[in-house]
Design a protein. Structure first.
Length: 658
């Protein structure tokens, strides 16, 4: 048995898995099983199980411990499918027992049990990693080499990159890269229907390399076979965990149960589910003052019940550095690469860092102005072109994930038609990279609002609102209690259901069922005054934010906020069986005004400019014939799902309305 690149672990203790590398946190070996009972009937004592074992077919495994006997049966049960492999102990020493690697065993997590007659004893669990036993010769000019394998056999056609050079494994799973080791990583684009081991919830698709540009380093990657042709991706934007506004409590009590329930719902039939963050998991302004940064984010990420692919936002940069590369260093050290790709089923996913952190005045011990540019660095553009060039079938759907949006929040023309504008500095250059692909979905966050853009026939952007809503203010203890975003969307996340090349998506509001897709306002009842919503402030102070809602309305107008709206949705409203004219408008959401601005004024504070309500074009207006008629509202999404409300009027306006 050879133990490569990993440390041994005593049952019940904790070690860092240096061979997995990347996240800078520890893993508890066999933590769910606990130490072996020293008073067991088999007389087995002092057992040590590695948290992870690299093995090759045809070799032996040796475990530390006393009391084993030749002929004892070793049972290895794979999790979660319960497949069992059995072998016998072939040799014992004073403090160890040896048994062969079972024929046909595959990489996975196994519970290890010893059986002797009618007695048995569970020893613990380990990640058994069946590796390829391959010596790879050096090749002139190649500074990184390795093999990508599954169950000891090389896997051909896997994309491997150092963030600059891109190559593909040969028929034996072997790759070479002429790497200058600039990024400090070599990573694979996980192929379809495979997964890699995770450290916590973070897939370990990368290995770290030295900064010695002449040294040849071997970095191997192990894959585990799965079926993810059908899978679900949950994009979660803008966590902003900072240990303020009772955000950690809100995350644990509201966000986490909701997301985990969604994960369990879709995983119940065996569907693979993955979370994809869209940046700003942390808030760099509070890294040092509140002692909450990327290391502190990790335990919260690990509470999710699925693998998590991470993406960097502007607030995930170190505010002590006035240089984009240096400001990213903590992210690279703790999380991993800032850009990469992977495949799930028939979908190719690309993660980019489109924030160039400027941070004027930043220095060690001094937080700068935290300024940034929305820009994909040219190094990433060149890497992206090479990555996409490996995909010969240009009908392959692409999902591009970034933090800041490609397009600005849309406006409306005179006829109510949507007007789009590229907002990212080199957005047109980025768009050009995808010109040959027929289906590209762009997932972004940053704005804390929802909107979609379909400016190009083949490219659709989905800007997804925040799980923290308005930076945790609207759900903070003593505030609105409704977790509302700047456009009136409830705080939430996306649910993307993939089946082969078929893609369906929906926005999920935290605390509501999936079919909660709009909110209807009776504007006759929407009158925002200080007396009602900010009694410790004044109408004069509130009017700046309330806009037209500061005046009493009596026009029988009804406003619909349809946060998931895109061009193929249909909005229908009837009154006494008669269809009403529906007009698309771009206006402020009144619920957010009273949930954030009014309550900040009431607390004697000035609302933060970046947090106040913003006009949104996913609003629709109808005018009823009377103030007390019931309206039948039908909203149909592009996939044929119908969402309804029988709106009895007058309808009360307030913080907890639906």
């Amino acid at each position: 048995m050879k133990y490569t690149r990993r440390h041994f672990i005593k049952l019940g203790s904790v070690t860092t898995l240096a061979g997995l590398g990347g996240l800078g946190f520890s893993f508890a070996g066999c933590q769910d099983d606990g130490p072996v009972d020293e008073n067991n009937n088999l007389g087995i004592r002092g057992v040590s199980i590695p948290s992870s074992l690299d093995v090759t077919a045809g070799t032996d495994i040796t475990l530390q411990g006393t009391g084993f006997q030749v002929g004892d049966t070793i049972e290895l049960m794979r999790s979660p499918d319960g497949i069992i492999f059995t072998v016998g102990v072939t040799a014992i020493a004073n403090n160890s027992a040896t048994f062969p690697v079972p024929d046909g065993i595959t990489t996975g997590t196994y519970s290890i049990k010893v059986i002797r007659g009618a007695d048995s004893l569970t020893l613990g669990r380990t990640l058994l990693n069946v590796i390829a036993d391959t010596d790879i010769p050096d090749v002139a000019g190649m500074t990184v080499k390795g093999i990508v394998y599954c169950d000891g056999k090389g896997v051909a056609g896997v994309i491997v990159s150092d963030g600059s050079e891109v190559t593909v494994t040969d028929s034996k799973g072997i790759y070479y890269l002429p790497s200058l080791k600039k990024t400090g990583f070599v990573f694979i684009s996980i192929p379809a229907n495979y997964e890699v081991a995770s450290l916590g919830n973070a897939p370990q698709f990368f290995k770290r390399v030295s900064n010695n540009t002449t040294a040849v380093e071997q970095k191997d990657f192990s894959l585990m076979k799965v079926s993810n042709e059908k899978h679900v991706v949950i994009p979660m934007a803008d966590w902003h965990l900072a240990n303020r506004n009772n955000d950690l409590e809100q995350f644990n009590s509201k966000v986490l149960p909701d997301v985990n329930a969604t994960i369990e719902q879709y995983a119940a039939d065996g569907t693979k589910v993955y979370v994809l963050t869209l940046g700003d998991m942390t808030w760099e302004l509070y890294w040092y003052s509140n002692g909450f940064g990327l290391n502190e984010y990790i335990p919260y990420m690990n509470k999710l019940k699925s693998p998590v692919f991470n993406l960097m936002g502007n607030h995930d940069n170190d505010p002590y550095y006035a240089n984009d590369w240096d400001a990213e260093e903590k992210y690279r050290d703790i999380i991993g690469p800032t850009y990469y790709s992977f495949n799930l089923g028939k979908i190719h996913y690309v993660v980019l860092d489109n924030v160039e952190y400027v941070n004027n005045g930043g220095a060690v011990g001094t937080i700068g102005d935290r300024s940034y540019r929305d820009n994909v660095h040219n190094d990433q553009i060149e890497w992206l072109k090479k990555d996409l060039a490996t995909i010969t079938d240009k009908s392959t759907p692409i999902v591009l994930a970034m933090h800041t949006p490609l397009y600005a929040n849309p406006s409306l023309g005179a006829a109510g038609t949507q007007v789009n504008k590229v907002d990212m500095t080199n957005g047109s250059t980025l768009i050009e990279c995808f010109r040959d692909f027929s289906t590209v979905h762009v997932l972004t966050g940053h704005t804390h609002i929802n909107y979609t853009v379909e400016e190009k026939a083949s490219i659709m952007e989905h800007n997804i609102a925040a799980i923290c809503a308005t930076w945790w203010w609207t759900g903070k203890n003593g505030y609105a209690g409704n977790d509302t975003c700047r456009d009136g969307s409830p705080g939430g996340y996306g649910i993307w259901k993939m089946n082969g090349r078929d893609i369906a998506w929906r926005y999920k509001s935290i605390g509501y069922p999936e079919n909660y897709q709009f909110r209807a306002y009776d504007l006759n009842a929407v009158h925002i005054t200080a007396a009602v919503f900010a009694p410790k402030s004044t109408d004069g102070a509130l009017a700046k934010f309330a806009g037209s809602y500061a005046a009493q309305h009596a026009g029988n107008e009804v406003l619909l906020n349809v946060w998931g709206y895109d061009s193929r949705w249909k909005i229908e409203v009837t009154e006494n069986g008669k269809s009403l004219t529906v007009n698309r408008v771009k206006v402020l959401d009144p619920l957010h005004i009273v949930s954030y601005e009014a309550l900040r004024l009431n607390a004697g504070a000035q609302p933060t400019d970046a947090f106040v309500s913003t006009e949104t074009a996913h609003m629709f207006s109808v005018t009823a014939s009377a103030p007390d008629t019931t309206l039948e509202i039908n909203v149909t999404d592009r996939f044929g799902n119908v969402y309804t409300e029988s709106m009895a009027r007058p309808k009360q306006f307030g913080l907890l309305m639906k």
